[in-house]
Design a protein. Structure first.
Length: 169
């Protein structure tokens, strides 16, 4: 079921950028609670929920990357807004795809870490882009913290055609 580690980046549309600004403003007024060491949760305030519902290129990404999303409306866990401190890494669970929607007005230095390898891909995560991760973790390497909405979606095995038979791994 696991496909090769890969990631994709999509830009927010204009409407979602407006919603993103509202969500950023709301998060700045909230106090998060620590979920794990250096990972703080805000839950999913109404403005963040609006961002989640407004942005949905996941079907086109999954089909172009040979992934099948089990049910977009039933994620692995309910979407939440998080704050990740410098040096902390977040990993999607196996058999899931991670969708990370930034809540900031800056570019954040990150490292993408393919599962099961020693590779490190350094990058900047721009505020107007959504990050899709499959079998990859993300580490924030900047100063301070980065805020984002995190969604994990179940993925299914993709049937592979071998000659005249269909094989489901």
């Amino acid at each position: 079921m696991a496909m090769d580690p890969r990631f994709a980046v999509f830009e927010y549309d204009l409407y979602t950028r407006v919603l993103q600004r509202e969500a950023i403003g709301e998060l700045m007024c909230l106090t998060p609670w620590e979920k794990k060491v250096r990972l703080f949760s805000y839950g999913l305030p109404p403005s963040c929920e609006a961002v989640v519902k407004a942005y949905n290129p996941l079907l086109s990404w999954s089909s172009s990357n040979n992934a099948v999303i089990k049910d977009i409306t039933q994620p692995f866990f309910h979407p939440e807004a998080f704050r990740l401190e410098a040096g902390c890494t977040i990993w999607p669970s196996p058999d899931t795809i991670g969708l990370l929607m930034p809540l900031g007005a800056y570019k954040a230095p990150i490292e993408l870490l393919p599962r099961g390898t020693d590779y490190v891909i350094t990058a900047y995560w721009h505020a107007d882009t959504v990050l899709f991760l499959n079998e990859m973790g993300m580490r924030f390497t900047g100063n301070g913290s980065v805020r984002f909405i995190y969604i994990m979606l179940y993925k299914l095995a993709v049937p592979q055609i071998r000659g005249w038979e269909v094989y489901v791994p």
